[in-house]
Every structure is written in structure tokens, then in C-alpha cells.
Design a binder for this molecule. Structure first.
Ligand SMILES: NC(=O)c1ccc[n+]([C@@H]2O[C@H](COP(=O)([O-])OP(=O)(O)OC[C@H]3O[C@@H](n4cnc5c(N)ncnc54)[C@H](O)[C@@H]3O)[C@@H](O)[C@H]2O)c1
Length: 106
């Protein structure tokens, strides 16, 4: 985290929904590696927390929030919590979702 390639991302506040998942956890680490402050948001609180802890343990700056992107109130609360901790969100990545399980023929 000492030699970021994209210096313009340093200090930016990045919110990532679905941040506990495969693609967006990778994005969360990538933004953190560039010096961004990352909020990992996911319906799966444990998954979000794991990603956030890994980033913080590696010297980055992350927080996590349980969010349901289908629930407006949940999103409003997340927005407020991010602003209080990191400041207003500069970048929002919406990756919440996921695929139905593979192999289901029905
Ligand atoms: N992986 C792929 O090849 C691929 C291809 C095309 C599109 N996508 C889309 O990209 C996104 C991320 O894919 P992925 O493979 O990382 O999926 P993933 O299942 O690993 O991650 C999705 C995350 O979204 C979270 N989530 C689901 N519903 C939510 C909700 N209502 N509120 C908040 N969080 C919620 C899940 O808990 C999960 O952690 C998905 O929307 C997926 O449909 C993925």
C-alpha cells in the first residue's frame, strides 16, 4: 500500500455494495491498495467484515456495514455511517447481486 499506481485515488471514499462477494471483495482490496478509504457493504455481514478486516490488517483503511440494497432505509443509514466515519462517498460501486446456484436444472 506504499506505492500506489493511481495516486488520484488516495483518500477517496469508496462504497462497494456486494463487497463481501467474489468480484467486489477484489475491487475493495484494489481500491484500498491505492490508498482509498473503503466501505464494504453486504447483506452478508460476516463476509463484509472479513474483507474489511483483511484490508485494515494489511495497513489499509476500511469499514463494513450490513446493507440490503433493496431497502432504502438501510442504504440511507449506510450513507450516514460512511459520512460520519470517512466523509461523503466519492465513488460508489454497486456489485450486490449474485448468480443462482449452478447446476440447478429447474
Ligand atoms: N462473477 C461473474 O462472472 C459475473 C458475471 C456477470 C455479472 N456478475 C454480477 O456481478 C455482481 C458480483 O458478482 P460476484 O460473482 O462477485 O457475486 P457474489 O455472489 O460473489 O457476490 C455478490 C454479493 O452480493 C451480496 N448481496 C446479494 N444481495 C444483496 C442485497 N440485497 N444487498 C446487499 N448485498 C447483497 C451477496 O451477499 C454477495 O456477497 C453480481 O451482481 C453478479 O450478478 C457476475
Amino acid at each position: 500500500m506504499d506505492n500506489p499506481k493511481y495516486k488520484e485515488l488516495k483518500g477517496k471514499v469508496v462504497g462497494i455494495t456486494g463487497g463481501g462477494g467474489i468480484l467486489c471483495s477484489t475491487l475493495a482490496h484494489a481500491f484500498a491498495n491505492q490508498g482509498a478509504k473503503v466501505c464494504v457493504m453486504d447483506l452478508n455481514r460476516e463476509a463484509a467484515q472479513t474483507v474489511s478486516e483483511k484490508i485494515n490488517n494489511a495497513g489499509g483503511s476500511a469499514m463494513c456495514i450490513k446493507v440490503d440494497v433493496l431497502d432504502r432505509e438501510s442504504l440511507e443509514e449506510a450513507k450516514k455511517a460512511i459520512a460520519e466515519r470517512f466523509g461523503p462517498c466519492d465513488i460508489l460501486i454497486n456489485g450486490a447481486g449474485g448468480e443462482p446456484s449452478i447446476g440447478n436444472d429447474q
